[in-house]
Design a protein around this ligand. Structure first.
Ligand code: TXA
Ligand code: MG
Length: 323
Protein backbone atom coordinates (compact mmCIF):
# COMPACT_ATOMS: atom_id res chain seq x y z
CA UNK A 1 0.00 0.00 0.00
CA UNK A 2 1.10 3.56 -0.65
CA UNK A 3 2.32 5.38 2.43
CA UNK A 4 0.80 7.37 3.96
CA UNK A 5 -2.55 6.23 2.58
CA UNK A 6 -4.25 9.65 2.49
CA UNK A 7 -7.76 9.34 1.16
CA UNK A 8 -10.37 11.85 -0.10
CA UNK A 9 -13.88 12.06 1.34
CA UNK A 10 -15.45 10.54 -1.77
CA UNK A 11 -12.89 7.72 -1.94
CA UNK A 12 -13.49 7.04 1.78
CA UNK A 13 -17.24 6.88 1.17
CA UNK A 14 -16.69 4.44 -1.71
CA UNK A 15 -14.39 2.22 0.38
CA UNK A 16 -16.85 2.22 3.31
CA UNK A 17 -19.73 1.20 1.03
CA UNK A 18 -17.49 -1.63 -0.22
CA UNK A 19 -17.04 -2.91 3.35
CA UNK A 20 -13.55 -1.51 3.98
CA UNK A 21 -12.36 0.35 7.08
CA UNK A 22 -11.08 3.93 6.86
CA UNK A 23 -9.77 6.32 9.50
CA UNK A 24 -11.66 9.61 9.68
CA UNK A 25 -11.19 12.78 11.71
CA UNK A 26 -13.67 13.78 14.39
CA UNK A 27 -13.45 16.74 16.78
CA UNK A 28 -12.51 14.43 19.68
CA UNK A 29 -10.01 11.91 18.26
CA UNK A 30 -9.63 10.12 14.90
CA UNK A 31 -11.96 7.15 14.46
CA UNK A 32 -11.52 3.89 12.55
CA UNK A 33 -14.78 3.70 10.63
CA UNK A 34 -16.71 0.84 9.06
CA UNK A 35 -20.33 0.11 8.05
CA UNK A 36 -22.18 -0.34 11.36
CA UNK A 37 -24.66 -2.74 9.71
CA UNK A 38 -21.98 -5.05 8.24
CA UNK A 39 -20.42 -7.64 10.58
CA UNK A 40 -17.48 -8.23 8.19
CA UNK A 41 -16.54 -4.56 8.29
CA UNK A 42 -16.85 -4.58 12.10
CA UNK A 43 -14.59 -7.63 12.25
CA UNK A 44 -11.97 -5.72 10.23
CA UNK A 45 -12.09 -2.89 12.78
CA UNK A 46 -11.48 -5.24 15.71
CA UNK A 47 -8.69 -7.03 13.80
CA UNK A 48 -6.88 -3.84 12.73
CA UNK A 49 -6.91 -2.51 16.32
CA UNK A 50 -6.21 -5.90 17.94
CA UNK A 51 -9.20 -4.99 20.08
CA UNK A 52 -11.02 -7.73 22.00
CA UNK A 53 -14.61 -8.15 20.88
CA UNK A 54 -15.94 -7.61 24.41
CA UNK A 55 -15.27 -3.88 23.93
CA UNK A 56 -18.26 -2.39 22.02
CA UNK A 57 -18.11 0.29 19.30
CA UNK A 58 -19.73 3.72 18.97
CA UNK A 59 -22.02 4.26 15.94
CA UNK A 60 -21.65 7.66 14.26
CA UNK A 61 -24.51 9.48 12.55
CA UNK A 62 -24.80 12.85 10.79
CA UNK A 63 -28.43 13.73 11.50
CA UNK A 64 -30.54 13.38 14.67
CA UNK A 65 -33.22 11.69 12.52
CA UNK A 66 -30.81 8.75 11.98
CA UNK A 67 -31.25 7.83 15.67
CA UNK A 68 -34.40 5.90 14.81
CA UNK A 69 -32.42 3.66 12.40
CA UNK A 70 -30.28 2.48 15.30
CA UNK A 71 -32.07 2.84 18.63
CA UNK A 72 -35.23 0.96 19.56
CA UNK A 73 -36.49 3.26 22.30
CA UNK A 74 -35.55 6.88 22.36
CA UNK A 75 -36.57 8.68 25.55
CA UNK A 76 -37.39 12.36 25.48
CA UNK A 77 -34.19 12.94 27.47
CA UNK A 78 -32.17 11.70 24.46
CA UNK A 79 -33.76 14.28 22.19
CA UNK A 80 -33.20 17.03 24.75
CA UNK A 81 -29.50 16.11 25.04
CA UNK A 82 -29.21 15.86 21.25
CA UNK A 83 -30.69 19.35 20.87
CA UNK A 84 -28.27 20.72 23.44
CA UNK A 85 -24.99 18.99 22.57
CA UNK A 86 -25.16 17.42 19.07
CA UNK A 87 -23.31 17.61 16.86
CA UNK A 88 -20.56 17.34 19.46
CA UNK A 89 -18.42 15.28 21.84
CA UNK A 90 -21.30 13.33 23.44
CA UNK A 91 -22.17 9.64 23.05
CA UNK A 92 -25.54 8.28 24.23
CA UNK A 93 -26.21 4.65 25.16
CA UNK A 94 -29.72 3.55 24.10
CA UNK A 95 -31.57 0.25 23.59
CA UNK A 96 -30.44 -1.09 20.22
CA UNK A 97 -32.44 -2.10 17.16
CA UNK A 98 -32.17 -5.65 15.76
CA UNK A 99 -30.36 -4.37 12.66
CA UNK A 100 -27.28 -3.46 14.71
CA UNK A 101 -25.07 -6.57 14.75
CA UNK A 102 -24.10 -8.09 18.09
CA UNK A 103 -20.45 -7.64 17.14
CA UNK A 104 -20.97 -3.85 17.22
CA UNK A 105 -22.32 -3.92 20.78
CA UNK A 106 -20.36 -6.89 22.15
CA UNK A 107 -23.66 -8.70 22.59
CA UNK A 108 -25.18 -5.94 24.72
CA UNK A 109 -28.82 -4.98 24.18
CA UNK A 110 -27.75 -1.32 24.02
CA UNK A 111 -25.88 0.71 21.42
CA UNK A 112 -23.62 3.76 21.70
CA UNK A 113 -24.49 6.61 19.28
CA UNK A 114 -22.71 9.87 18.49
CA UNK A 115 -23.24 12.73 16.02
CA UNK A 116 -19.76 14.22 15.61
CA UNK A 117 -19.21 17.90 14.93
CA UNK A 118 -16.27 17.57 12.51
CA UNK A 119 -17.35 18.64 8.99
CA UNK A 120 -15.23 15.91 7.37
CA UNK A 121 -16.76 13.19 9.57
CA UNK A 122 -20.22 14.47 8.66
CA UNK A 123 -19.36 14.50 4.93
CA UNK A 124 -18.07 10.92 5.02
CA UNK A 125 -21.16 9.69 6.89
CA UNK A 126 -23.50 11.52 4.52
CA UNK A 127 -21.70 10.46 1.32
CA UNK A 128 -21.49 6.83 2.38
CA UNK A 129 -25.16 6.88 3.38
CA UNK A 130 -24.26 4.63 6.33
CA UNK A 131 -24.09 4.86 10.09
CA UNK A 132 -20.39 4.30 10.82
CA UNK A 133 -19.10 2.26 13.72
CA UNK A 134 -15.84 3.87 14.79
CA UNK A 135 -13.63 3.30 17.80
CA UNK A 136 -10.59 5.51 18.26
CA UNK A 137 -8.10 4.76 15.45
CA UNK A 138 -5.31 3.37 17.61
CA UNK A 139 -4.09 -0.06 18.61
CA UNK A 140 -5.96 -1.41 21.64
CA UNK A 141 -4.88 0.28 24.89
CA UNK A 142 -2.60 2.74 23.10
CA UNK A 143 -2.93 6.52 23.06
CA UNK A 144 -5.78 7.79 20.87
CA UNK A 145 -4.77 9.69 17.70
CA UNK A 146 -5.43 13.42 17.40
CA UNK A 147 -3.75 13.84 13.99
CA UNK A 148 -3.78 11.81 10.77
CA UNK A 149 -0.04 11.19 11.25
CA UNK A 150 -0.75 9.52 14.63
CA UNK A 151 -3.13 7.15 12.86
CA UNK A 152 -0.63 6.41 10.10
CA UNK A 153 2.09 5.59 12.63
CA UNK A 154 -0.04 2.88 14.26
CA UNK A 155 -2.36 1.58 11.53
CA UNK A 156 -1.24 2.68 8.00
CA UNK A 157 -0.50 -0.83 6.72
CA UNK A 158 -3.65 -2.37 8.25
CA UNK A 159 -6.47 -0.18 6.88
CA UNK A 160 -7.85 0.91 3.50
CA UNK A 161 -7.29 4.63 3.99
CA UNK A 162 -6.95 7.70 6.20
CA UNK A 163 -8.81 10.98 5.66
CA UNK A 164 -6.69 13.88 6.94
CA UNK A 165 -8.88 16.50 8.62
CA UNK A 166 -6.12 18.27 10.56
CA UNK A 167 -5.60 18.15 14.34
CA UNK A 168 -8.64 17.37 16.51
CA UNK A 169 -10.01 20.46 18.25
CA UNK A 170 -11.26 18.77 21.44
CA UNK A 171 -8.54 16.13 21.84
CA UNK A 172 -10.13 13.70 24.30
CA UNK A 173 -12.75 11.00 23.62
CA UNK A 174 -16.46 11.88 23.86
CA UNK A 175 -18.39 11.91 27.12
CA UNK A 176 -20.55 8.78 27.32
CA UNK A 177 -23.95 8.89 29.02
CA UNK A 178 -26.20 5.87 29.40
CA UNK A 179 -29.91 6.56 28.97
CA UNK A 180 -30.83 2.87 29.19
CA UNK A 181 -31.94 3.30 32.80
CA UNK A 182 -31.46 6.33 34.98
CA UNK A 183 -29.01 8.71 33.25
CA UNK A 184 -25.44 7.80 34.16
CA UNK A 185 -22.18 9.25 32.90
CA UNK A 186 -19.94 6.30 32.01
CA UNK A 187 -16.93 8.16 30.61
CA UNK A 188 -16.00 11.78 31.37
CA UNK A 189 -15.28 14.11 28.44
CA UNK A 190 -15.84 17.65 27.24
CA UNK A 191 -19.56 17.50 28.08
CA UNK A 192 -19.32 17.62 31.86
CA UNK A 193 -21.73 16.15 34.43
CA UNK A 194 -22.87 19.73 35.17
CA UNK A 195 -23.73 20.21 31.50
CA UNK A 196 -25.74 16.96 31.51
CA UNK A 197 -27.49 17.95 34.73
CA UNK A 198 -28.44 21.31 33.21
CA UNK A 199 -30.53 19.49 30.59
CA UNK A 200 -31.69 16.46 32.60
CA UNK A 201 -32.05 17.85 36.11
CA UNK A 202 -29.63 15.35 37.59
CA UNK A 203 -27.25 12.58 36.52
CA UNK A 204 -25.31 9.82 38.22
CA UNK A 205 -21.60 9.54 37.55
CA UNK A 206 -20.13 6.08 37.37
CA UNK A 207 -17.10 5.59 39.57
CA UNK A 208 -13.94 4.64 37.69
CA UNK A 209 -14.39 0.96 36.81
CA UNK A 210 -12.29 -2.20 36.71
CA UNK A 211 -11.52 -2.53 40.37
CA UNK A 212 -9.32 -5.55 41.02
CA UNK A 213 -11.31 -8.76 41.00
CA UNK A 214 -14.49 -7.14 39.68
CA UNK A 215 -15.86 -7.36 36.14
CA UNK A 216 -15.76 -4.21 34.02
CA UNK A 217 -18.99 -2.28 34.52
CA UNK A 218 -18.52 -0.31 31.31
CA UNK A 219 -16.75 -2.40 28.70
CA UNK A 220 -13.54 -0.83 27.49
CA UNK A 221 -12.85 1.06 30.67
CA UNK A 222 -9.74 -1.01 31.40
CA UNK A 223 -7.52 0.68 33.93
CA UNK A 224 -4.52 0.38 31.62
CA UNK A 225 -6.01 2.20 28.63
CA UNK A 226 -4.35 5.11 26.83
CA UNK A 227 -0.79 4.01 27.53
CA UNK A 228 2.32 5.21 25.75
CA UNK A 229 5.24 2.74 25.47
CA UNK A 230 7.51 4.90 27.64
CA UNK A 231 6.38 4.72 31.29
CA UNK A 232 4.22 7.71 32.17
CA UNK A 233 3.75 8.79 35.76
CA UNK A 234 0.85 10.97 36.88
CA UNK A 235 0.93 11.73 40.58
CA UNK A 236 3.03 12.89 43.48
CA UNK A 237 6.66 11.75 43.22
CA UNK A 238 7.77 10.13 46.47
CA UNK A 239 10.34 12.23 48.36
CA UNK A 240 13.87 11.03 47.72
CA UNK A 241 13.03 9.21 44.47
CA UNK A 242 15.85 9.77 41.97
CA UNK A 243 14.43 10.45 38.51
CA UNK A 244 16.17 8.72 35.60
CA UNK A 245 18.42 10.99 33.49
CA UNK A 246 16.15 11.06 30.45
CA UNK A 247 12.98 12.07 32.26
CA UNK A 248 10.70 14.51 30.42
CA UNK A 249 7.88 16.57 31.91
CA UNK A 250 4.48 17.57 30.55
CA UNK A 251 3.72 20.70 32.55
CA UNK A 252 0.38 22.39 33.19
CA UNK A 253 0.30 26.13 33.95
CA UNK A 254 3.19 27.66 35.82
CA UNK A 255 3.37 25.26 38.78
CA UNK A 256 6.85 24.23 39.90
CA UNK A 257 7.99 20.71 39.08
CA UNK A 258 10.91 18.40 39.86
CA UNK A 259 12.55 19.18 36.48
CA UNK A 260 11.99 22.00 34.00
CA UNK A 261 8.99 21.69 31.70
CA UNK A 262 9.73 19.85 28.43
CA UNK A 263 6.37 20.92 27.00
CA UNK A 264 3.45 22.81 28.53
CA UNK A 265 -0.20 21.77 28.06
CA UNK A 266 -1.23 25.37 28.66
CA UNK A 267 0.95 28.03 30.25
CA UNK A 268 -2.15 30.00 31.22
CA UNK A 269 -3.84 26.92 32.70
CA UNK A 270 -6.53 26.88 29.98
CA UNK A 271 -8.24 23.49 30.20
CA UNK A 272 -9.49 23.35 26.59
CA UNK A 273 -6.01 24.14 25.28
CA UNK A 274 -4.53 21.50 27.58
CA UNK A 275 -7.05 18.89 26.40
CA UNK A 276 -6.29 19.57 22.73
CA UNK A 277 -2.55 19.16 23.42
CA UNK A 278 -2.41 16.18 25.77
CA UNK A 279 -2.48 13.18 23.40
CA UNK A 280 -0.22 14.89 20.85
CA UNK A 281 2.37 15.47 23.60
CA UNK A 282 2.04 11.86 24.74
CA UNK A 283 2.64 10.71 21.15
CA UNK A 284 5.58 13.13 20.67
CA UNK A 285 7.37 12.12 23.87
CA UNK A 286 6.77 8.40 23.40
CA UNK A 287 10.28 7.81 22.03
CA UNK A 288 12.82 5.19 23.16
CA UNK A 289 15.33 7.88 24.19
CA UNK A 290 12.95 9.01 26.94
CA UNK A 291 13.05 6.98 30.15
CA UNK A 292 10.03 8.45 31.93
CA UNK A 293 7.23 10.92 31.17
CA UNK A 294 6.00 12.94 34.16
CA UNK A 295 2.70 14.79 33.99
CA UNK A 296 1.83 17.68 36.30
CA UNK A 297 -1.33 17.55 38.41
CA UNK A 298 -4.36 18.92 36.55
CA UNK A 299 -7.41 20.32 38.39
CA UNK A 300 -10.12 17.63 38.52
CA UNK A 301 -12.92 19.94 37.36
CA UNK A 302 -14.81 20.34 34.05
CA UNK A 303 -13.03 18.63 31.18
CA UNK A 304 -10.10 18.28 33.61
CA UNK A 305 -12.03 15.29 35.00
CA UNK A 306 -11.61 13.58 31.62
CA UNK A 307 -7.88 14.33 31.61
CA UNK A 308 -7.49 12.98 35.17
CA UNK A 309 -9.45 9.85 34.17
CA UNK A 310 -7.27 9.15 31.10
CA UNK A 311 -3.98 10.02 32.82
CA UNK A 312 -4.72 7.73 35.78
CA UNK A 313 -5.21 4.88 33.32
CA UNK A 314 -2.08 5.85 31.36
CA UNK A 315 0.06 6.08 34.52
CA UNK A 316 2.28 3.37 35.93
CA UNK A 317 0.85 2.61 39.32
CA UNK A 318 3.90 2.80 41.53
CA UNK A 319 7.46 3.94 41.50
CA UNK A 320 8.69 0.47 40.80
CA UNK A 321 7.47 1.66 37.37
CA UNK A 322 5.46 -1.48 36.77
CA UNK A 323 1.89 -1.33 35.53
O1 TXA B 1 -14.84 10.47 20.91
C1 TXA B 1 -15.11 9.29 20.75
O2 TXA B 1 -16.03 8.73 21.36
C2 TXA B 1 -14.27 8.51 19.73
C3 TXA B 1 -14.54 9.05 18.35
C4 TXA B 1 -13.89 8.26 17.24
O3 TXA B 1 -15.92 9.15 18.15
N1 TXA B 1 -14.53 7.12 19.82
C5 TXA B 1 -14.13 6.37 20.88
O4 TXA B 1 -14.41 5.02 20.74
O5 TXA B 1 -13.57 6.81 21.84
P1 TXA B 1 -13.77 3.88 21.62
O6 TXA B 1 -14.12 2.62 20.93
O7 TXA B 1 -12.34 4.13 21.83
O8 TXA B 1 -14.56 3.89 22.96
C6 TXA B 1 -15.90 3.40 22.96
C7 TXA B 1 -16.31 3.02 24.33
C8 TXA B 1 -16.14 1.56 24.66
O9 TXA B 1 -14.83 1.26 25.02
C9 TXA B 1 -17.14 1.38 25.79
O10 TXA B 1 -16.53 1.77 27.00
C10 TXA B 1 -18.22 2.37 25.43
O11 TXA B 1 -17.71 3.20 24.42
N2 TXA B 1 -19.42 1.71 24.90
C11 TXA B 1 -19.75 1.44 23.62
N3 TXA B 1 -20.93 0.83 23.53
C12 TXA B 1 -21.39 0.70 24.80
C13 TXA B 1 -22.57 0.15 25.37
N4 TXA B 1 -23.53 -0.39 24.64
N5 TXA B 1 -22.69 0.22 26.72
C14 TXA B 1 -21.71 0.78 27.49
N6 TXA B 1 -20.57 1.31 26.98
C15 TXA B 1 -20.41 1.27 25.67
MG1 MG C 1 -10.40 4.05 22.35
Amino acid sequence: MKFPPWTSVSEAARLLKAGEVVAIPTETVYGLAGNAFEPKALAKIFAAKERPTFDPLIVHIADIAQLTDIAREIPDSAYRLAEAYWPGPMTMILPKKECIPDLCTSGLDTVAVRFPNHPVAQQVIKESGLPLAAPSANLFKHVSPTTAEHVAAQLADRIAGIVDGGPCSVGVESSIISLAGSPTVLRPGAITPEMFAKVLGSVDVKESTSKPGQPMAAPGQCDTHYRPQVPLYFGEIPAGYKLPANTVRIAFGMQPGPIPATVNLSETGDMAEATANLYAFMHDLDKPENALILVDPIPNVGVGMALNDRLKRASVKGFGLSG
